[in-house]
Ligand binder design. Structure first.
Ligand SMILES: [Zn+2]
Length: 267
């Protein structure tokens, strides 16, 4: 704990909406290294919409509905690898949820991506007008020949997209900071947000899918670097402690049930 009484933080972020974009049906080992091989979890996929003084900002870009609806695509991307396709219902569609908030794709001028796995960038094709911020390392890995199965190139390889490539920690605006949490992937980033009433929020994204990853420092199932991935988990825990923050988990099937989902918001 900081010994000084903390002064109110000047933040440009007014509200955060949690958009629930569907569910992935996965062996638990995808989230927790060597744990739960026999268990299948239904993990939420989220995106976060920020209402800020400089306009709407989207953190991660959802799950392409075709991944749960187009049989040929489901066969190609999931079934033939022995995987189950995501469950995406009408209420999970990003366009529906944004419409419910009175926000159009065209009004979102900035999209920030944690990384380029398919469950984080599924709506990018709707954001060719926007600035798309991602870590440079992530971008070059995703466009390289070594990108693994989680990278669906057709979700992000679009010449119309306006990439904004970043290196390490960076501040998008007062109250919105991106954190280098590489390890799950080459250029994974997490976010810390300050809200006027709720205080500090930490969004780990895939640096820690489940509460168990944080509590027991369990690595994600797949990492590009285990040491970096453990460092990322410890960094997020320390930051949450120091700033007395609430952590919003992206993939935790229990935590999601207690979250304020859009149209409700954190403010
Ligand atoms: Zn991922």
């Amino acid at each position: 704990m900081n010994s000084s009484v903390s002064a109110p933080v000047t933040t440009h972020v007014r509200r955060l909406f949690v958009l629930l974009c569907g569910f992935e049906i996965l062996p638990k080992t995808i989230s927790t290294r060597d744990r739960g091989r026999r268990f299948i979890l239904s993990e939420p996929v989220c995106a976060y919409l920020l209402d800020t003084v400089s306009g709407w900002v989207l953190l991660d870009a959802g799950l392409n509905p075709a991944n749960g609806r187009d049989a040929a695509r489901m066969q190609e991307r999931f079934w033939r690898h022995g995987m189950t396709a995501p469950v995406i219902r009408e209420m999970h569609l990003l366009e529906k949820q944004l419409a419910g908030l009175g926000v159009r794709f065209a009004e979102i001028g900035h999209v920030i991506l944690s990384h380029l796995h398919y469950d984080h960038c599924g709506y990018l094709r709707h954001f060719t007008h926007a600035r798309i911020s991602v870590q440079r390392r992530e971008h070059s890995h995703a466009f390289g020949a070594q990108a693994g199965m989680g990278y669906f190139r057709d979700e992000y390889d679009d010449p119309r997209l306006q990439w904004d490539l970043r290196d390490g920690d960076w501040q998008a605006m007062p109250g919105l900071r991106l954190l280098d949490t590489r390890g799950h992937t080459q250029g994974h980033q997490s976010a810390q947000i300050e809200l006027p009433g709720s205080g500090s929020l930490i969004l780990p994204f895939d640096a820690a899918d489940l509460q168990e990853n944080l509590d027991e420092e369990v690595l994600p199932g797949e990492c590009c670097d285990d040491d970096d991935a453990l460092r990322a988990i410890r960094r997020l825990k320390a930051l949450a402690r120091e700033s007395n923050a609430t952590t919003l988990l992206f993939h935790d099937p229990v935590a999601i049930q207690a979250m304020r989902l859009a149209p409700d918001s954190y403010r």
